[in-house]
Design a protein around this ligand. Structure first.
Ligand SMILES: NC(=O)C1=CN([C@@H]2O[C@H](COP(=O)(O)OP(=O)(O)OC[C@H]3O[C@@H](n4cnc5c(N)ncnc54)[C@H](O)[C@@H]3O)[C@@H](O)[C@H]2O)C=CC1
Ligand SMILES: O=C(O)[C@@H]1CCC=N1
Length: 271
C-alpha cells in the first residue's frame, strides 16, 4: 500500500486521515505534517498516526497531499521545491490553487493532481473531484481516485471546472448545515423543544438525502410528492419563493466560485 503524507492536518487533513483509517489504511502507511505541536500530539493520540517534518514526509511518502489554507501555500512550496522530483506525486486539496502554481514552483516534471473534496469524508461520504495537472498521467489519476474512493465518491473533471466544483460540493455541506440550523430555529419558533426539533429535522434531512441518492427521480418530482393540493407544504414553498431563496442560492454559489478564482489569482506571478 502507498504511504500517504498529509501536509497540514487541520479539518480536511484530519477528515482524510480519519477516512483512510476507516477505509482500511494502516496508521503505519499514513504521515502528516502540522505546524502546531499541540495539534500534532492530539492527532497522534486520536489516530496513532505520526507527525513528521516536511523533509521526512517527502522522503517517505509516495503521495503528498497538501491541505493547508490557500493563503499558507507559499512556505509549503518553498519547503517542497528542493525535495521533490518526477517520482513524487503531489495532490492539492486547496481551494482555488491551480496545478500551474505548483508546476511553476516545483522541479520540472513533478506530477500534480488537484482535488476538491468535502468534509463528509469523515464519515466515508465525501464527494471529491479530481483534475490532472500538466505532468500527471492517467496512472497518477488512477492512484488518486483509488485513494479517494476509500472515503466517498470520486469524479474526474477538467481543471477549468474546479472553481465551480469548489462552490458546489466543496462548500456544499455548509449550505445544508445552514439550512438545518435555520429549520431547527423554526421548530423553536413554533414552540418545540430544541432536542425534538433537531431530531425531526436531522432525520428528515437523512431520509431526503437517501431518497435523492437512491431514487432515479428528479428532485422536483420528489418535492411535488410532498406538496399536496391546498395542503401545508405549498404554503411554505410560496414563502420560500417570495423571499427569493432560489435566487439567493444561485447568487451565493456564484460568490463562492468567484472567491475560489480569486484565491488562485492571488498567487499568479507579477508581470
Ligand atoms: N474545510 C473544508 O470543508 C474543505 C477545505 N478544503 C481545503 O483544504 C485546505 C485546508 O482547509 P481546512 O482543513 O479547513 O483548514 P485548517 O486551517 O483547519 O487546516 C490547515 C492546517 O494546516 C496547518 N498548516 C498551515 N501551514 C502549515 C505548514 N507550513 N506546515 C504544516 N502545517 C501547516 C495548520 O496549522 C492547520 O492545522 C484548504 O486549502 C481548503 O481550501 C477543501 C475542501 C473542503
Ligand atoms: O471555505 C473554504 O474555503 C473551503 C474550501 C471548500 C470548503 N471549505
Amino acid at each position: 500500500m502507498s504511504v500517504i503524507a498529509v501536509l497540514g492536518a487541520g479539518k480536511i487533513g484530519e477528515a482524510l486521515l480519519s477516512g483512510l483509517l476507516h477505509g482500511g489504511h494502516s496508521p503505519d502507511d499514513l504521515l502528516f505534517t502540522e505546524r502546531y505541536p499541540a495539534r500534532a500530539a492530539e492527532l497522534t493520540e486520536r489516530y496513532g498516526v505520526h507527525g513528521v517534518g516536511v523533509a521526512d514526509a517527502a522522503r517517505r511518502a509516495d503521495v503528498l497531499v497538501v491541505a493547508v489554507k490557500p493563503q499558507d501555500i507559499e512556505p509549503v512550496l518553498d519547503e517542497l521545491a528542493p525535495l521533490l522530483g518526477e517520482e513524487s506525486l503531489v495532490v492539492s486539496l486547496c481551494a482555488g490553487l491551480p496545478t500551474a502554481l505548483y508546476e511553476r514552483r516545483l522541479a520540472d516534471g513533478v506530477p500534480v493532481v488537484r482535488v476538491m473534496p468535502n468534509t463528509p469524508m469523515l464519515v466515508g461520504e465525501a464527494m471529491s473531484a479530481v483534475s490532472a495537472g500538466a505532468h500527471a498521467t492517467a496512472e497518477h489519476i488512477a492512484v488518486v481516485k483509488d485513494l479517494l474512493s476509500h472515503v466517498g465518491q470520486v469524479v474526474e473533471v477538467p481543471e477549468s471546472q474546479q472553481d465551480a466544483v469548489t462552490a458546489l460540493s466543496g462548500s456544499g455541506p455548509a449550505y445544508f448545515f445552514y439550512l438545518v440550523e435555520a429549520m431547527i430555529d423554526a421548530g423553536i419558533l413554533l414552540g418545540l423543544p430544541r432536542a425534538l426539533a433537531g431530531q425531526l429535522i436531522i432525520q428528515s434531512a437523512v431520509g431526503a438525502a437517501k431518497m435523492l441518492a437512491e431514487s432515479d427521480e428528479h428532485p422536483v418530482l420528489l418535492r411535488e410528492a410532498v406538496t399536496s393540493p391546498a395542503g401545508t407544504t405549498i404554503n411554505a414553498i410560496r414563502e420560500l419563493e417570495k423571499h427569493g431563496v432560489r435566487a439567493a442560492l444561485l447568487a451565493a454559489i456564484e460568490a463562492a466560485k468567484d472567491r475560489s478564482t480569486e484565491l488562485g489569482r492571488a498567487h499568479e506571478p507579477r508581470v
